[in-house]
Design a protein around this ligand. Structure first.
Ligand SMILES: Nc1ncnc2c1ncn2[C@@H]1O[C@H](COP(=O)(O)OP(=O)(O)O)[C@@H](O)[C@H]1O
Ligand SMILES: [Mg+2]
Length: 315
């Protein structure tokens, strides 16, 4: 039986920028089951990092509830709750302190959370480096002496050090070269299997999560517009926006080639800031738009169904 580890209910975040309101998240419902890799996909600005930050407790939600292991997360999280959720961010240069040795970064969570006896901290830090495929020789080096891929491995070792229940991976490979990206992804898959990890995998690139995620949620302008098992979403995407995202990645089968819509006109619309406050946020960019789309917000639908989309005219 699946165990729901983390749950977002109607999660909302509004930022005030001057006298302007930015609606980063508009009522997101999402569950993460223990042991799965839940992918959150969407283009830049869709609210992915905001969602991760709210779940991590880095920022408070404007409205909505976060539940962890069936309990509502308190506004102020204690040390133990902070340990349970760890993050690996896109740019490890900004998250690893350049003035700290790798040993310092990786051993900090071990000491803060009392995870190993004092005398064994160094040994455990060395082991964590080995687990992420780095030689313990790196312990006394500084982040500046490492490549991007190596730094991301260190960030992962630091996250693992805390023995978390869930790791939020926020574009963990986006800053890396393609070949390095593939190796870090392989490592993520290997670690997930080896330690039964739970991931929330955030990316703008659907192709990255194809072989790693259990389920996919597609975010568009702060709303989940489609959610389902990865296979189902890739084989039969329903929302026109998901189809658009898929159309920009290489296809692997003729079935997929057939459902690829012609989005060439979208290039002009992509930069459009027009967002409907009443209808579907995607309608200004959608070639399948109906009158209803302009006046009525499509909702994601029945919670019990495994593959949902918020679209009045799905494919
Ligand atoms: N601290 C902030 N202050 C104001 N606006 C923000 C802040 N963080 C994010 N935003 C805005 O919220 C929206 C979603 O941002 P973000 O969650 O970073 O998206 P993504 O990670 O999908 O690119 C964007 O319009 C962004 O400009
Ligand atoms: Mg982001």
């Amino acid at each position: 039986m699946a165990e729901t580890l983390l749950e977002a209910m109607a999660l909302t975040k509004v930022y005030r920028v001057g006298n302007h309101m930015v609606h980063a998240l508009r009522g997101v419902d999402l569950t993460i089951e223990r042991g799965e890799c839940m992918a959150v996909v969407g283009e830049s600005g869709s609210g992915k990092t905001t969602l991760g930050n709210l779940l991590l407790g880095i920022e408070p939600p404007s409205a909505g509830v976060i539940r962890f292991q069936d309990r509502e997360m308190p506004a102020k999280r204690g040390r133990e709750l902070r340990r349970c959720l760890q993050v690996v961010q896109q740019n490890p240069m900004s998250t690893l302190n350049p003035k700290r040795t790798i040993y310092k970064s990786v051993s900090l969570p071990l000491a803060v959370h009392n995870l190993v006896p004092r005398g064994e901290i160094r040994e455990r830090a060395a082991e964590l480096l080995r687990i992420v495929g780095l030689s313990p020789d790196y312990l006394d080096r500084y982040p500046g002496a490492l490549s991007g891929g190596q730094r991301q491995r260190v960030a992962l070792a630091r996250a693992l050090a805390a023995e978390p229940d869930c790791i939020v991976l926020d574009e963990p490979t986006s800053s890396l070269d393609v070949s390095v990206q593939a190796r870090v992804l392989e490592l993520l898959v290997e670690l997930q299997q080896r330690f039964s990890l739970t991931y929330l995998f955030i990316t703008h690139d659907l192709s990255v999560v194809r072989n790693i995620s259990t389920r996919v949620a597609v975010l568009y302008r702060g709303r989940v517009v489609e959610r389902g098992a990865t296979e189902s979403v890739f084989a039969a995407p329903r929302h026109r926006y998901t189809q658009m995202l898929l159309s920009s990645i290489p296809v692997v089968s003729e079935d997929e080639e057939r459902i690829k819509p012609d989005w060439s006109w979208d290039k002009e619309m992509a930069g459009s800031d027009r967002v409907s406050e009443v209808g579907c946020a995607f309608f200004p960019r959608c070639p399948y738009v109906l009158d209803t789309c302009k006046s009525k917000l499509p909702i994601l639908g029945d919670e019990d169904s495994e593959h949902l989309s918020a679209c009045h005219n799905p494919g």
